[in-house]
Design a protein around this ligand. Structure first.
Ligand SMILES: Nc1nc2c([nH]c(=O)n2[C@H]2C[C@H](O)[C@@H](COP(=O)(O)OP(=O)(O)OP(=O)(O)O)O2)c(=O)[nH]1
Length: 131
């Protein structure tokens, strides 16, 4: 199973989404940015590294949400979400097609990677519990 971490980066009342580029697996679908956890790397270190490599911004993971195991046709991933603080930098698209800063209420309108659908649901619950 491939272990993948993803970042729910919050700034003010919006959250950062990225669209995978055509060349990537699950191309053109939307995701929370992140990537595979390398052996001997902690989940948090891996997430900070991936976000820096892909978007050139600094994030600080502070809360792990419920991991999702999702079988794609040729491989299965464990997708582990973290709520993250935005710690600075300007987003650069080093791998993705595009990005959006989105209000939580608009999250259901995106074409998500299938593994992210329950994560979006849990995040919306987190948002509701803050009100
Ligand atoms: N990063 C990320 N990947 C996701 C999400 N949802 C989801 O199904 N995936 C899948 C797509 C890919 O099959 C896999 C992650 O691969 P990746 O291509 O982003 O990871 P990586 O940057 O470490 O990959 P690589 O360049 O080493 O191949 O997980 C998500 O929200 N974020």
């Amino acid at each position: 199973m491939i272990k993948v971490v993803c970042a729910i980066v919050e700034q003010y009342d919006r959250v950062l989404l990225t669209q995978r580029s055509e060349q990537m697996r699950e191309g053109l679908l939307w995701e929370f940015p992140g990537g595979k956890v390398e052996p001997h790397e902690t989940e948090k270190n891996s997430l900070v590294r991936e976000i820096k490599e892909e978007l050139a911004i600094e994030v600080q993971p502070y809360k792990r949400l419920q991991p999702i195991i999702h079988p794609y046709p040729n491989y299965t991933i464990e997708l582990i979400p973290y709520l993250c603080k935005f710690n600075g930098g300007v987003v650069q698209l080093l791998e993705h097609k595009t990005y959006h800063w989105v209000l939580p209420e608009d999250l259901p309108n995106y074409s998500w990677c299938p593994a992210d659908v329950p994560i979006v649901e849990e995040y919306l619950q987190v948002c509701r519990s803050r009100q």
